[in-house]
Design a protein. Structure first.
Lengths: 564, 128
């Protein structure tokens, strides 16, 4: 059916409109006045029935053009009344019987959605009907002046209802859109109280607008940000300028604070007055973290660059130092090596002088030659010791397991002469294995033991005790800072000699440093320096404890030679 | 609220329906007419429906009722000015307006009433 005009049937006044519209349609369709009246009366009859029986019947007027071939030449004016609650139509109802008499066909259909009564009234086949005609007819119904005040009111009412419906739609649409946005949208008044907010506000805070307004968001805004936030709002609200603040808000779901950006702009009326504020709140936690991380990263990069720079400087210093150290060792080695030759010559020429020219020299000359020889002999010793010392740096051997018991036996046999001379007693407790350079270690103990014997009290034969015990790296004394090996062997050499003042502990290990005059105790001042060098070469440590006149204890920590 | 005026013309009441006649208005007219007949003792009622474009079963019933009720009150009712199209529809509907006197126009209706009641213009004074 080609629908032309629609009319809701609410009350008896609508009956008038129904029949007027029917008349008008029939008139437009070119029907005779009698036919118009007949059609309108039929519509009126059915409409009356629908108003009385139904709840919200709707009348639709139009033209029916059957598609079936047998009826192709027929066309009908049609009036259809539908109502969802129209009771199953009673065909013997008087109104319907009357209507049936007036029209060619009256059809009653019951569907699940309601009932439908359709009236059809034949139109002359000569009347050509097409879309243009229908458009014209439709326009007639909308442009015709209202039939009565009631008609006008009804029309306006329908327009209003449609507007209200569209408004509702648009509002729902707006709400859907704002609620779908992943941010909070709000309007607020001058005091910062929310007037409207989308669903996100409640979703995030877990609180209603009213609660938030009452508490001024105190449960939500981080306590550290709260005062600043409201101070800024008060300031901006007074100025009527855009407000923007970053603060932490507590999410109801996770109970964690997250960074959010509050932004609000004043709504300014024509009178230049701020009437309200509109704004949004958006989660900027991720950005905040990223920027924070970036900043931290920059600092880290800077620190790293500085570190690398100083490392490079350190490395160049170290290599410079190593180079000069190596040159120095080389120099010392070469020098001491070359110094020996002239000394040997002085010695042998001195011998020749004494043997072959003794009578010519006389007693004084012989004495001078002897002194010269003794001096050159001392120098020879010095050069030899220096050579030994410099070898410690230039001839570094790979470490191996060294049995200290065997090593110590060798050392003692070397020192046999001096031990007998000085009537010294050497007590050796069972020793342990260590990791190291056999040759260097031998020099080490030789120096240490001869030192202990040398610095004996004049009236007391020297007694030297050698003990050893194993310490794991954590058991080391706090002043001994050693790493690199899991366990160390601490070897103590204790004597009953003259001892020294503890303040000289560092000094005695330095090259050429002597605490006593050469006339009292002979020596070159290299022995303990060699000991320290060997200890350092082994990744170990040497220290001394003493008091003047109370003997001394030298303790060396060397890497243990076995895992257990 | 609309109201259809009822004019008194001697012993007769004259009603001209010039507006769209919706149900309430029709029923009000019915009541008003009966009470006016009762009040004035009019012996004839003339209803002009020449401006009415449609008379459906309800209106037909109302007109029939008015005729029956006025007759009970000893007054005759004549409906005049029925449009041809309305007449056709009435017949198609099967409503013959039984008991309602009809006339082509007001003049003929008036004459009909006078004949019915055996009155002439000179008897107006008797009506009270």
């Amino acid at each position: 059916m080609e629908e032309l005009v629609r009319l809701s049937l609410g009350n008896e006044m609508d009956l008038i409109l129904a029949h007027k519209r029917s008349m008008r349609l029939a008139e437009l369709a070119g029907m005779s006045l009698a036919a118009q009246t007949t059609f309108a009366t039929a519509v009126s009859e059915v409409s009356r029935y629908a108003i009385e029986q139904g709840t919200a019947p709707v009348l639709t007027l139009g033209v029916y053009l059957p598609r079936t071939s047998s009826l192709r030449d027929h066309q009908y004016l049609a009036a259809v009344i539908e109502d969802k609650d129209l009771p199953v139509v009673n065909p013997v109802n008087q109104n319907l019987l009357y209507a049936r008499r007036l029209v060619e066909s009256l059809e009653i259909t019951n569907t699940e959605t309601g009932s439908k009564i359709a009236l059809y009234c034949g139109l002359p086949a000569s009347r050509k009907l097409n879309a243009e005609v229908f458009t014209y007819w439709r326009s007639q119904f909308t442009t015709d002046l209202p039939l009565s005040a009631y008609d006008e009111i009804k029309r306006k009412n329908e327009q209003l209802q449609e507007l209200a419906l569209r408004l509702q739609d648009s509002e729902q649409h707006y709400k859907r859109v704002t609620n779908a946005l992943p941010l909070m949208i709000f309007t607020a008044n001058q005091a910062g109280q929310l007037i409207y907010a989308n669903a996100w506000v409640t979703e995030l805070t877990g609180l209603g607008i009213q609660t938030l307004n009452q508490s001024k968001w105190s449960q939500v805004i981080h306590p550290e940000d709260f005062d600043h936030f409201w101070a800024l709002w008060t300031k901006k609200a007074a100025e009527g300028k855009a407000f923007e603040s970053e603060c932490r808000l507590k999410a109801a779901a996770s109970q964690e604070y997250r960074w959010h950006l509050f932004s609000a702009r004043p709504v300014i009326s024509e009178a230049e007055k701020v009437t309200a504020w509109t704004g949004f709140v958006v989660n900027i936690h991720a950005q905040k973290i990223v920027s924070h991380t970036l900043r931290a990263n920059e600092e880290l990069t800077l620190a790293k660059t500085q570190l690398e720079q100083s490392q490079r400087e350190l490395q160049s210093t170290v290599s410079e130092l190593n180079r000069s150290n190596a040159e120095l060792s080389q120099f010392a080695y070469v020098a001491s090596h070359d110094l020996q030759e002239p000394l040997r010559k002085i010695q042998s020429f001195g011998d020749i002088l004494k043997d072959q020219f003794a009578p010519a020299l006389g007693a004084t000359g012989a004495d001078l030659v002897s002194r010269m020889q003794s001096s050159s002999g001392r120098m020879q010793t010095l050069v030899k010791d220096l050579l030994t010392y410099s070898r410690l740096t230039t001839h570094q051997q790979a470490f191996q397991r060294v049995d200290l018991n065997v090593l110590m036996a060798g050392v003692l046999s070397d020192l046999e002469t001096i031990v007998q001379e000085k009537h010294a007693t050497i007590e050796v407790s069972p020793l342990l294995n260590i990791q190291g350079d056999q040759l260097q270690l031998r020099q080490f103990f030789q120096n240490l033991l001869s030192n202990a014997i040398k610095f004996a009290k004049p009236d007391l034969p020297p007694v030297v005790q050698i003990t050893a015990n194993r310490l794991s790296s954590v058991q080391l004394p706090s002043n001994v800072l050693l790493t690199g090996y899991p366990a160390y062997v601490a070897i103590s050499v204790a004597d009953n000699g003259i001892g020294f003042d503890q303040q000289y502990e560092e000094r005695i290990f330095r090259l050429f440093q002597r605490l006593h005059g050469r006339s009292q105790y002979e020596g070159t001042g290299i022995g303990l320096a060699i000991c320290k060098k060997v200890a350092d070469n082994h990744g170990g440590h040497i220290s001394a404890r003493s008091r003047p006149g109370e003997g001394a204890v030298f303790t060396v920590y060397l890497p243990a030679g076995d895992a257990d | 609220m609309d109201k259809i005026p009822i004019l008194r013309m001697g012993p007769f009441l004259l009603v001209t329906i010039q507006v769209d006649l919706y149900d309430r208005l029709a029923l009000d007219l019915e009541t008003d007419l009966i009470s006016t007949v009762h009040k004035t003792g009019a012996c004839g009622v003339l209803i002009d429906i020449s401006a009415v474009s449609i008379v459906d079963s309800f209106m037909g019933r109302v007109l029939g009722n008015i005729a029956s009720m006025t007759r009970v009150l000893d007054a005759e009712t004549v409906v005049v000015g029925i449009q041809p199209a309305v007449a056709i529809t009435l017949i198609e509907l099967g409503l013959s307006l039984k008991g309602v006197h009809t006339a082509l126009n007001v003049e003929r209706g008036m004459a009909l009433l006078q004949t019915k009641l055996g009155l002439d213009t000179g008897m107006e004074d008797d009506v009270e």
